[in-house]
Each structure stands twice: as structure tokens, then as C-alpha cells.
Design a protein around this ligand. Structure first.
Ligand code: NAD
Length: 490
């Protein structure tokens, strides 16, 4: 099956942090992928900006390596066309120098879409936006994309939003959460709102609980310095897990228009039951990995990777979350994320309720409640666990089988990386998959009390061995409600 994509209007995409890790691993490969299918119009330019002085040629060589390293099949002709679009400008944001060179590069192109992508330390978001304003580089057709993290708490997120908002209007600001660009996340919306089957069942009358797991096998490694100032709650829950929760829990939006979808997500965030100190104690678990085995090899513990033994930063979080509205009353959402876990797995499990009454004899076997498993990685797909009759003659025996939609197999199509979709949406000006300011601030509003309470705890995060599913307290969190984490059945 071939990819279908309309050609973009002319644009200048200015990537701050053009020599960074994200640009190398994600942004340049994602942009390259849009080249062979003709989505990048003839007049589209990519202008990489970074501190280092580099010529266009030197940067193109770096970009060439990035594409060849991270793209499975590279078409040499398309790569040449792609590299020819790229230019490089050196700007030192900390020293506030080099802006004139960027001005010159952009001069005379005020009528084309001008997209700034800030793939730099969040400390630079404010200074870059201010400098863009001072140098009159922000046109009516400009937009800006910012990477996570947006702030370290509600107050700092508000400050970041204020600074960016003083230069760009809200419709020009694209706050990226790359989970929203994932194919399966889009499919969650298709499943819910393009089928008549699920929506009537999507509520407290039929759903027992929901689980959202985002498990990594990697540790923090060279990012330990940054990670230690963040932790799993800020790095993963505040953004990715809460966004997934919103898409599962939101009411049907009026349309796919950006504000229709974002209004509904905001309502969910506002309906999250605030965590009192006592609830934080009871309904959250924080953990930190110790040495163990991961991906077949021995690995160090977090403190060894960090080179300090006094850190209480969590590398694992589990939480039981309540949404206080009619649809979800008494349906807990169990969230869990961590590093150095047993496998790399991101999935949402919708656990339906048990049958109200069984007509089958006991020897028909156990009737498992239906379960919808939406897997984000690896092997994106959706599985619906249903009961069938075990085939063959003899007495009625029941068996649980998955109705399996593993998309790669079903459609034989390459799954675009989330960044491909998100960058092109940003260039087209479609904000549906980006977070609005009030969403980010509402998410922090719910997270802040948890951070606050944890900051007063004498007790360190619960240790867990690398290569396991986290501290045993996480298992206890769900099992005390008579439920289990879905991984037990893998
Ligand atoms: P990085 O440290 O690899 O790159 C930072 C970039 O900023 C480099 O190009 C560097 O030259 C540039 N830079 C540093 N100081 C500068 C200055 N004074 N003036 C101009 N440019 C300067 O960082 P990264 O991993 O690419 O991350 C970039 C952003 O993306 C960060 O906000 C990060 O939180 C976010 N992010 C990264 C990842 C990832 O996988 N790398 C994932 C999610 C979010």
C-alpha cells in the first residue's frame, strides 16, 4: 500500500538545536521520510540553527549521516533533493549573537509559512522567543513548536507559557507530545468515534477499570543529569500518560477540529480527582531501579549511573487515578511507567466487567471478561479478547481468543514515526494533536500536589531490581482492589 500525502505549501522550517540528539535521531529522519513521497514542495527549506560555527556543507554531511543511520531504506536521489533544502546558521542563544545571519536567511520570505522548532533546552524557550520578536522574525504566518518539558511545575509552566505567549499567539504555538502523533493513538480515536460498537459500552456501566502502562527497558544512562531533576512523574505522567488517559476518557468531541478535541481533553483533566496527602500515600507508588539484568545483560542501578547515592528521584511511578464525572464514576484508571522494566511496552487496556450471569455449565471453563488492548509499542495494534466455543465435537467448552489487528501485518504499510505526522501537521497549522496552554496547566495542577507531598517524604522511593515490573508495592496497589496488571498474561 502506498502512502498518500498532499504536497505542502512552501515553508521555512527553522530548527533550533539542529545539531542535537533529537534532530539527529528523530527530526531529520522524519523530514527525510516526507521527501520520496513528494510531500515537501519545491520551495520548502530547512534551516538548522545551533551554536557551533558550521558551513552548509558541513551540516549537510551531518544530516546525511543522521538520515543514513536512522532510516531503513534511503533513496539516494531523494536524499540529494532533501539535503539541497538544508541550510545552516550559527546563533548563540546564551550570548545573544548571530541573529542577523538568521534575519538575512529569512529575508524576503515573509509570505511563506515560517515554522520555528525549538529542540533545545527548555531554558532557551523564553530567550529564543524574545529574540525572534526583537528581530522582527515573527510573521503572521509563523508558528513555534516547543518540546517537553514545559516547566517543572505549574508555576514554571505558567511562566514559560507567558513568555512564549508574549511573542506568539496561542494559535501559533504547538506544544508537542509525540505520543499524540503515534499511529495507534490516532486509531484509538478511530476505534471510539468511527465505530458504533464501542461508544455505548464506553462507560462505568460496562468498564471495570482501565490500565495505561508505558514501560521502558532502557535506564537513564547519559541523560542521568537531566533526568535527576525531573523523574518519571514529570517526564512521563504529566504529559504522555495523562494525554493517553484523556483520549480514552474524553467525551466524543463535536468534530476533529483542534479546539473541539482539546476542549474535551481539558474537561477530563479538570475532572481528575485531586490527590490529598492521604491519597498520595495510598494511591501512588514511586520506585527507583537497582542493578539487575535488562535485555540479556547486567546493568547498573540508577544511583551508580548517576554517580551519587543521595538521589530520591523516582524512575518508576504507579498511580490509581479517579475521574469524577458520570461516565467514569468508580472506574479507576491505573497508570504505570518506569525505566529498566521487564520489557519495552506501551499499552492501554480497557477491562470490561464480568458477565452478569453465565448460562454455561461449570465444566465449560472460566469466562474471562472482555478486554480491549491498544498497543502503542512494539507492534502497534489493537486486540479484543473475546470468548468463543472451543472448536470441535464434544461438550461446550469456552476459550478466550484475541481478535487481533496488528496493523503492520493487516495493511502492509510502514508506520510513520510520530514526528513525521506532527511536524507536517505543524507546518499545515493543524493543532489537533498538540497541547493547548490550558491543558498543560491543568495537568500540572493535578500533578503539583503529588510532587509536593513526595518532597516531604522521609522515605526513599521503593527499590526495584532492573528487569522486573517495578516495586512490589505497585502490584499491591492494584491487587488490593482484586485486579492485576495486564502484563501478567503476556
Ligand atoms: P541536545 O543537548 O542533544 O541538543 C541541544 C541543542 O541545543 C544542540 O544542537 C546544541 O548545539 C544547541 N545549543 C546548546 N546551547 C546553545 C546555545 N547557547 N545557542 C544555540 N544553540 C545551543 O538536546 P536534545 O536531546 O536534542 O533535546 C532537545 C530538546 O528536546 C530538549 O528540550 C529535550 O528536553 C527535548 N526532548 C528530547 C528528546 C530526545 O530524545 N533527545 C525527547 C523528548 C524531548
Amino acid at each position: 500500500m502506498t502512502e498518500r500525502s498532499a504536497q505542502s505549501d512552501p515553508f521555512d522550517l527553522v530548527v533550533f538545536g539542529g545539531t542535537g540528539d533529537l534532530a539527529h535521531r528523530k527530526l531529520l529522519p522524519a523530514l527525510y521520510h516526507r521527501e520520496p513521497i513528494g510531500q515537501l514542495g519545491e520551495d520548502a527549506r530547512i534551516i538548522a540553527v545551533s551554536r557551533r560555527p558550521l558551513s552548509d556543507e558541513e551540516y549537510r554531511e551531518w544530516a546525511h549521516n543522521a538520515v543514513c543511520e536512522h532510516v531503513a531504506e534511503v533513496d539516494p536521489k531523494a536524499l540529494d533533493r532533501f539535503l539541497a533544502r538544508i541550510q545552516y546558521v550559527s546563533v548563540d542563544v546564551a550570548q545573544n549573537t548571530g541573529w542577523e545571519a538568521l534575519e538575512q536567511k529569512l529575508a524576503g520570505r515573509e509570505d511563506v509559512t515560517r515554522a520555528f522548532y525549538l529542540s533545545v533546552s527548555p531554558d532557551f524557550f523564553g530567550p529564543i522567543c524574545s529574540a525572534l520578536g526583537e528581530h522582527n522574525l515573527v510573521t503572521d504566518r509563523s508558528r513555534v513548536t516547543i518540546e517537553k518539558p514545559i516547566g517543572k511545575n505549574g508555576k514554571s509552566a505558567h511562566e514559560v507559557n507567558e513568555t512564549i505567549g508574549s511573542v506568539f499567539k496561542e494559535h501559533q504555538i504547538f506544544r508537542i507530545d509525540h505520543y499524540l502523533g503515534k499511529e495507534t493513538v490516532q486509531n484509538l480515536m478511530a476505534l471510539r468515534f468511527a465505530n458504533v460498537l464501542f461508544e455505548p459500552l464506553w462507560n462505568a456501566a460496562h468498564i471495570d477499570h482501565v490500565q495505561i502502562t508505558v514501560a521502558e527497558t532502557l535506564g537513564v544512562e547519559s541523560r542521568a543529569g537531566y533526568y535527576d531533576t525531573a523523574g518519571a512523574l514529570r517526564d512521563m505522567v504529566q504529559n504522555h500518560l495523562l494525554q493517553l488517559l484523556c483520549l480514552v476518557a474524553m467525551e466524543p468531541p463535536e468534530s476533529m477540529a483542534p479546539d473541539s478535541v482539546r476542549d474535551e481533553k481539558l474537561k477530563v483533566l479538570k475532572a481528575l480527582r485531586p490527590m490529598s496527602a492521604e491519597m498520595v500515600e495510598r494511591n501512588t507508588v514511586r520506585g527507583q531501579y537497582r542493578a539487575g539484568a535488562s535485555s540479556g545483560g547486567a546493568v547498573k542501578g540508577y544511583l551508580d549511573e548517576l554517580g551519587r547515592n543521595d538521589s530520591t528521584t523516582e524512575t518508576f511511578v504507579a498511580a490509581k487515578v479517579d475521574i469524577e464525572n458520570w461516565r467514569w464514576a468508580n472506574v479507576p484508571f491505573y497508570l504505570r511507567t518506569g525505566k529498566r522494566l521487564a520489557s519495552r511496552l506501551s499499552e492501554i487496556t480497557i477491562q470490561f466487567k464480568d458477565l452478569p450471569h453465565s448460562i454455561f455449565l461449570p465444566d465449560a471453563g472460566r469466562i474471562a471478561a472482555n478486554k480491549l488492548v491498544i498497543r502503542l509499542q512494539p507492534d502497534e495494534g489493537v486486540k479484543m479478547q473475546v470468548m468463543i466455543k472451543d472448536p470441535g465435537p464434544g461438550s461446550m467448552r469456552l476459550r478466550e481468543v484475541p481478535l487481533d489487528m496488528t496493523f503492520a501485518e493487516a495493511f502492509n504499510v510502514r508506520h510513520p514515526d510520530a514526528y513525521e505526522r506532527l511536524i507536517m501537521d505543524m507546518i499545515r497549522g493543524n493543532q489537533t494533536l498538540f497541547m493547548r496552554r490550558d491543558e498543560v496547566e491543568a495537568a500540572w495542577f493535578w500533578i503539583d500536589p503529588i510532587l509536593e507531598h513526595w518532597s516531604h517524604l522521609k522515605e526513599a522511593p521503593k527499590p526495584y531490581t532492573s528487569g522486573t515490573w517495578g516495586p512490589s508495592a505497585s502490584i499491591a496497589l492494584i491487587e488490593r482492589d482484586g485486579r492485576t496488571w495486564h502484563d501478567e498474561t503476556h
